[in-house]
Design a binder for this molecule. Structure first.
Ligand SMILES: [Zn+2]
Ligand SMILES: [Zn+2]
Length: 160
């Protein structure tokens, strides 16, 4: 058995179809059985295959491979990630005033990854979101918990 990454097939909404799309193509599907969306096996931007199951010689692992957030070759967010980002921005525009909404939207990419500014960004976003009404706040927290890095989740007081 060769060593290295297989290819992952994922629907554009982020449901994993097959983490061994190359070696076990019999499990591939053109459409998602959960949501009906089309499936992809490569980054829509740069066509790099989505990394799936990792084959190491002599090791058989049954652990599930998580669906990645960003393309490792071009850094662009995969479609499912972009959809979540877009819904968060939409809520901000609905629930916050102009300047606050654009400030909050600008903080999103910073809380979506672990970087030196994540904690400060999460703190600022938390403050902006405290201006929202409770129902909107609750929805936003749900959307953001899909995006937030571990560091950001801690700052938000979310359960990891
Ligand atoms: Zn799906
Ligand atoms: Zn790419």
């Amino acid at each position: 058995m060769r060593e290295g990454y297989d290819v992952m097939q994922v629907c554009v909404n982020g449901h994993q179809i097959n983490s061994s799309a190359q070696s076990m193509p019999q499990f591939n599907q053109p459409f998602c059985d959960q949501c009906g969306a089309e499936t992809i096996t490569a980054c829509p931007e740069c066509r790099t295959p989505i990394p799936g199951y990792y084959y190491a010689s002599g090791v058989l692992s049954v652990s599930r491979v998580p669906v990645p957030n960003n393309c490792t070759q071009c850094g662009v967010a995969y479609p499912w990630r972009q959809a979540t980002l877009a819904s968060a921005v939409e809520i901000f525009e609905l629930e916050l005033d102009g300047q606050d909404a654009s400030d909050a939207a600008a903080l999103l990419p910073l809380i979506a990854s672990d970087n030196p500014r994540t904690e400060v960004a999460a703190l600022k976003l938390k403050r902006l979101m405290s201006k929202m009404a409770k129902p909107a706040y609750d929805i936003t927290i749900k959307v953001i918990s899909d995006l937030a890095s571990e560091t950001a989740k801690k700052t938000f007081g979310m359960k990891p």
